[in-house]
Design a binder for this molecule. Sequence first.
Ligand code: SF4
Length: 198
Amino acid sequence: MPTLKPKLAMYWAASCGGCEIALANINEALLEVDAHFDFMFCPCLLDTKRADIEALPDKAIFLTLFNGALRTEENLEMAELLRRKSQLFVAFGACAASGGIPALANQHGIGHVLETVFRTSASADNPQELIPGATSPVPGGELELPAFLQRVLAVHEAVTVDYTMPGCPPEPEQIVAVIRHIASGKPLLGCTARAVCD
Ligand code: SF4
């Protein structure tokens, strides 16, 4: 039987995964999340796919927590899709809010970023020196990545963001407070469009 609870989605774009860990770290308060929301989409934590979202009517999701910056065309498409399907869209964490660490790559060209990540960094373990090439300007690659945007974007540069939760990642108490407040049906006090909630 379909649940009547409001739908909750969480998505990671150019992200380290720390924002999902922060959500998991709210521990027993996850039971409150489950009590109030149908947590129906989170590719990092749940077995869910993009098609699950595409099948929904517009605005069918009550709340989307979107973490990570926009590095690739796929990141951008997911931000646009989730924005369209969501009533409330929250930029969750520093990378979504401002570009964060991924946006440091904006100081360099895409070719230099790939060369550093796959070949010259101390942590590169790539004896064949393969570089994703199908969609990058670096020739000779055999792997594939989604096409890169010309620069890393904060999420609000691409879609309308209703609220921003700062932090790298947001603190568990902060996450619980915002989720309880939203679940209570009250407006987020002092928050207007693209407000910072803390
Ligand atoms: Fe990771 Fe921090 Fe970015 Fe979240 S805000 S994805 S924890 S780097």
